[in-house]
Design a protein around this ligand. Structure first.
Ligand code: FES
Length: 137
């Protein structure tokens, strides 16, 4: 049911693991399936210098976190914030409709990690807008 790209990221996940001295950590769970995703970020000069993930979940969730970490690594924090679950699913060349929510976990976990980083540094957390403007690049 998964495409090649999804299988590749599921079988060879990029950036899997933890960051000991992370600047921000975001953990989210999906109450329906019980899957959990954790994102660790290391920020320097407003750039996501390093990012790692731990996902205890389905193949689509693992592939989404792998792809999402690749997409935000080396990017400004704001750009990482703007990464939508749709962009992640598109980069994976599509997810089955019943698996789209799995990619939402990645977006949410990144948001939590960024706001964790912001509050740790005395900055206002950014607000979830609920609907993202989808940048096509
Ligand atoms: Fe739970 Fe995919 S089924 S995140």
């Amino acid at each position: 049911m998964y495409g090649e790209k999804v299988m590749d990221h599921f079988e060879n996940p990029r950036n899997q693991g933890t960051i000991e001295d992370a600047d921000g950590i975001g953990e989210v769970g999906n109450p329906q399936c019980g899957d959990i995703m954790k994102i660790y970020i290391k920020v320097s000069d407003d750039i996501i210098e390093d990012v790692k993930f731990q996902t205890f979940g389905c193949g689509a969730a693992i592939a989404s976190s792998s792809m999402a970490t690749e997409m935000i690594k080396g990017k400004p924090v704001k750009e990482a914030w703007d990464l939508s679950n749709k962009a992640v699913a598109d980069a994976l060349e599509g997810l089955p409709p019943q698996k789209l929510h799995c990619s939402v976990l990645a977006e949410e976990a990144i948001h939590k990690a960024i706001n964790d980083y912001r509050t740790r540094n005395g900055l206002e957390p950014w607000e979830e807008t609920g609907g993202h403007s989808h940048h096509s690049n």
